[in-house]
Design a binder for this molecule. Structure first.
Ligand code: GUN
Length: 291
């Protein structure tokens, strides 16, 4: 029995490492089978410049591919690479039969037009799901390649049998990479959705309505316990590096875990799912090309 006023943690943990591992194991088997049919899924990862976080991501993506049996090549280009040189490389990779997936790590240096680069990737090889064709397919309910982080969130909900149909989902953050696509995926699965952002007037009241709350704003600890509906499912997409070197999510785990029914930790929640879904998309792209 707890003392009056004292709250205990009630939320169950959504374990992204566990789910990512199970997806990766499954993909490994699928890659083995594809290889028996003479198909070796392949990805090209392109990094321009030396952004330290990007360098770690690219290294991790390469290792994850190789451990799953996927052919992976890395193209590291200097910071002062011209836009046209990058576009030439993408054109070459578009034609390369060995490559089923092309990923250009973001952010790009400011002298390069990101939208132009993303648009240059063949939609069939767009394993990030950032191409406007794939975005358009997602928004119109057609089959395509979808962004990895939002897709990973959906897989987490599915793994734990967390219902979405008829639920009220609040998404905090309206990025093209997470907020907008995850809203469409939840809508597709019959959730009612609300999107909050920096200009939202009554953030707390809207968050309190959420049966599902997705925090993807990139502001450490901004979602606190008093913003959470009792029994909500809270998904924390934030990966914020604090001054002390520690990683922090957008969710204040301490206070939120006392009211939520389910919560993703940081690290070990959504993070591991992004790479797992990148592998998934690469295998899917290889299968699609080979009928
Ligand atoms: N930078 C941060 N996240 C991502 C991602 O998911 N894909 C790419 N290409 N770049 C990123």
């Amino acid at each position: 029995m707890s003392d009056e006023g004292e709250e205990i943690m009630t939320a169950k943990i959504i374990d992204g490492r566990l789910v990512a591992k199970s997806i990766r194991e499954e993909l490994k088997g699928e890659v083995e089978n594809l290889k028996k049919e003479g198909i070796e899924p392949g990805i090209a990862v392109v990094l321009v410049g030396e952004n330290p976080a990007s360098m770690v991501y690219v290294k991790n993506k390469g290792e994850a591919c190789r451990s799953t049996g996927i052919y992976s090549e890395e193209h590291r280009l200097p910071e002062d690479t011209s836009e046209s040189a990058l576009l030439d490389l993408i054109e070459r990779l578009n034609r390369d039969r060995r490559i089923h997936g092309i990923l250009v790590q973001l952010p790009l240096p400011s002298h390069i037009n990101k939208d132009k680069v993303l648009k240059a990737i063949s939609p069939d090889k767009d394993v990030d799901g950032f191409h406007e064709i794939n975005m358009g397919r997602l928004f119109t309910g057609q089959e395509g390649l979808v962004p990895c982080t939002p897709f990973g969130i959906i897989k987490l909900l599915e793994y734990y049998n967390i219902p979405v149909d008829g639920k009220f989902a609040v998404i905090v953050g309206r990025s093209n990479i997470v907020g907008k696509p995850v809203a469409m995926m939840l809508l597709q699965r019959n959730a009612t959705i609300a999107m909050c952002h920096t200009r939202t007037a009554n953030m707390k009241e809207i968050c309190l309505m959420g049966d599902i709350l997705i925090a993807a704003a990139g502001r450490p600890g901004m979602i606190t316990g008093e913003m959470i509906k009792e029994g909500a499912v809270v998904i924390d997409v934030g990966i914020n590096r604090l001054d002390n070197g520690k990683l922090a999510g957008d969710v204040d785990f301490e206070s939120v875990s006392k009211r939520a029914a389910w919560i993703t930790p940081v690290p070990g929640g959504v993070g591991p799912m992004t790479i797992a879904m990148l592998l998934y998309n690469t295998v899917k792209a290889a299968k699609l090309r080979n009928g």
